[in-house]
Each structure stands twice: as C-alpha cells, then as structure tokens.
Ligand binder design. Structure first.
Ligand SMILES: Cc1cc2nc3c(=O)[nH]c(=O)nc-3n(C[C@H](O)[C@H](O)[C@H](O)COP(=O)(O)O)c2cc1C
Length: 352
C-alpha cells in the first residue's frame, strides 16, 4: 500500500516555482509527439486542473518559414499552465520561435534536448545537443534573452552509457539561464528501453539550484512516490503511463495533495473517456482526427473480457459513427453483463 511520508508531503506542499512562475502541482504531463494535442490535454486537465502541460514538440526552423502557426502550437485560452516545447539546433531560430510561442500564450518555453529520433538528431536537435553542450548553452542564452517567460530544458542522462554527462550538462543549462530541468533517466542509446535510472536524477538534483523534474517509468502513484523519495526531485512528469489513461497525472496529483488514493476508473469509465476523446478529435481535426484516434482508442480498450477483440475493431475505424457505435456497444455489454478483469487495466508499458 502506497503511503506519503510526512517529510515528502511537507517538501511538496508549496507551489512549484519555475522562475517567477508558480504551478500548484508537482505532477506534470509530458510532451508526447502525436499525442498531447489540445484535445488530449483537455482530457488530462479534467482530472489534473493545476498541472503543467506541454504541447507536442514544434520545429523552430519550420516556424521560421511558415506564415501560419501549425495546429500543434494551438493553445486553448482556458488551459493554463501550459508550455510550448520547441526543438532545433539554431539559437536564432529558436529565439524567434519562442517569441511566437509566447505570443500564442505559452507560460514557459521548453527546449527539447532529449528526443532520440534519427530524423531530429541528425539535424543537430533533440538528444544530439548532449554531445554539443556549447550549442545547447548558446540556445538557452539566446531564448532567455528573447522572451519574458521562463525557459526550461528537457533532456536525458547522456548519449550512451559511455557518454553520461547529465551533471555537467545540467549545470551548464542552469548557468545559461534555464529555470527548470526535466531529466529523463535514460540515455539516447536506450531509447525507451530498460529501466529509467533514477539514481542519475538524484545526482543532478543534488547539484542544481533550479527545480529538477524526474521523468521515466512513472506508471503509477506508487512509482511517482518512490521516484520522488529516491531522487529528491521537485516534481515528476508522467509520459507513456498516460497513453489511453489521461487519469494518471490527476491520480498522482491528488495523492500528493491529500495522501489518499483516488478511485481508479472502471473499464466503463475508461470507455466513456475514449468516447469523448474520439468525438473531440473529430470536432477538432475532422477525418484526420479519426485516423489519429485509432491508436488512442486501442490504448483505452483494456482490462475486461473481450478487450482485445474491441482493440482490433477500433484500430481500423474509418468514421466517427463507426467508432462511437463500437464503443457504445462495448459499454452496453459491460453494463449489462458486468465486467471481469481479464488483463491489467492500470497504465502499463505500451510499445510506441
Ligand atoms: C510517443 C512518444 C512521443 C514523445 N514525444 C516527445 C516530445 O514531443 N517531446 C519530448 O520532450 N519528449 C517526448 N517523448 C518522451 C517522453 O516525454 C518521456 O520523456 C519518455 O517517454 C520517458 O518517460 P516514460 O518512461 O514515463 O514514458 C515522447 C515519448 C513517446 C513514447
């Protein structure tokens, strides 16, 4: 049974201070490309109204050449606190992009220095900046000088096991003016495999004066509490644990604030959430939203008899009506027959 020690509760009782900006939650929803659009963030915020959320990462060079901002930068005027995440390797383009992000309403600007994807790293962005700390530093200085809001960095512990440089790198980011650092406890070489090495997060936390947010393998309230205890971090960021489970950030936040566990959603409540998600994606993005919804729908359909059959059907939906009919039929079946837990319904590793 997870419990909240008085010392941890006391340590986290105050707002998270990102420079001058205060957030009334120590749990953050991570940026997830292809996932954390305005619709998904709206669902997460239902259960975690105070938490910091991030857009999907936005290419700063791309922004330099377009007249209209891409849809992934769109922010709902009611959704605060919100950070826009940018990636690139050019300090000037990043500064310009950051100004556009602030004009759009971003409370903070986050720079992605952790993405492992080849397409990004071969152009000098994401985690390849771990190997170019002088460029990373120039980026932070340039963006800090360009915008009035706090600038933050999200990175990994190093490029590979032979090149773990999290401590020096984090110090350089702080010296350059970063106001918060989120550390994913894996190397670039690990991708998303193997356990996140929280011990490196603890080491980085011990040398920085800005807030450090721990990221990697936060799939439950229990994991969040253990991570906060083991690392001494100022907060935790939930990532893959939120796929098909926009309840997670709220569950952790509620526990850290009250010391009691919020009742997890039943399979029916999860399907009702999936239904809302599908409907909202269609309203926001039309047919493209339906194609994007397929993966989300399969992530939701979990934890009851015949879930795998439903997943197969939801993976190929073509229209809103088709998706709604499948979900409604499943809800009706579960309501009349009851449901048996056939597989774990809690958030778990989803291969992406
Ligand atoms: C589908 C997917 C998309 C991601 N997109 C981003 C992104 O846009 N920006 C970013 O900084 N990290 C991104 N990440 C990394 C996550 O934010 C997080 O650092 C990583 O998944 C580790 O946390 P976890 O072990 O709890 O999943 C992405 C991860 C996944 C699985």
């Amino acid at each position: 049974m997870v419990s909240l020690s008085p010392s941890l509760q006391a340590r986290l009782a105050t707002p998270l201070k990102i420079g001058q900006f205060e957030v009334n939650s120590r749990v953050l929803q991570s940026p997830l490309s292809g996932v954390t659009d305005l619709v998904f963030r709206r669902l997460v915020r239902r259960y975690a109204p105070d938490s910091m959320m991030y857009t999907e990462m936005v290419n700063a060079t791309g922004l330099h050449y377009v007249q209209h901002l891409p849809k992934i930068m769109e922010i709902d005027p009611n959704e605060r606190p919100i950070s826009i995440q940018l990636f690139d390797c050019r300090p000037d383009f990043l500064a310009e992009a950051a100004q556009k992000a602030v004009a759009e309403g971003a409370d903070t600007i986050d720079i992605n220095m952790g993405c492992p994807v080849n397409k990004i790293t071969k152009n000098g962005g994401g985690s390849s900046l771990l190997r170019q700390p002088e460029v990373a530093e120039a980026i932070v200085r340039s963006v800090v000088a360009a915008v009035p809001v706090p600038v933050t960095v999200k990175t990994r512990i190093g490029w590979s096991d032979k090149e773990i440089n999290a401590i020096e790198f984090a110090q350089r980011m702080q010296d350059a003016g970063a106001q918060m650092l989120t550390l994913h406890g894996r190397t670039r070489a690990q991708g998303y495999n193997g356990p996140a090495r929280w011990e490196w997060i603890a080491k980085v936390k011990s040398v920085l004066s800005i807030p450090v947010i721990a990221n990697g393998d936060i799939f439950s309230v229990d994991a969040a509490v253990r991570c906060l205890e083991e690392t001494g971090a100022d907060g935790v960021m939930c990532s893959r644990g939120t796929l098909g489970y926009p309840f997670l950030v709220g569950e952790v936040d509620y526990f850290l604030k009250t010391g009691t566990l919020r009742q997890p959603p039943s399979p029916i409540e999860r399907l009702e959430c999936a239904r809302d998600h599908l409907q909202m994606l269609w309203e926001y993005k039309g047919d493209r939203g339906i194609r994007q919804a397929r993966k989300h729908m399969t992530w939701y359909a979990k934890g009851f008899t015949s879930a795998s059959e439903l997943r197969g059907q939801l993976a190929v939906i073509e229209t809103l009506d088709q998706g709604l009919a499948l979900i409604d039929a499943a809800i009706a079946r579960l309501s009349s027959e009851g449901w048996q837990v056939e597989e774990s319904a809690s958030p778990q590793l989803i291969s992406v």
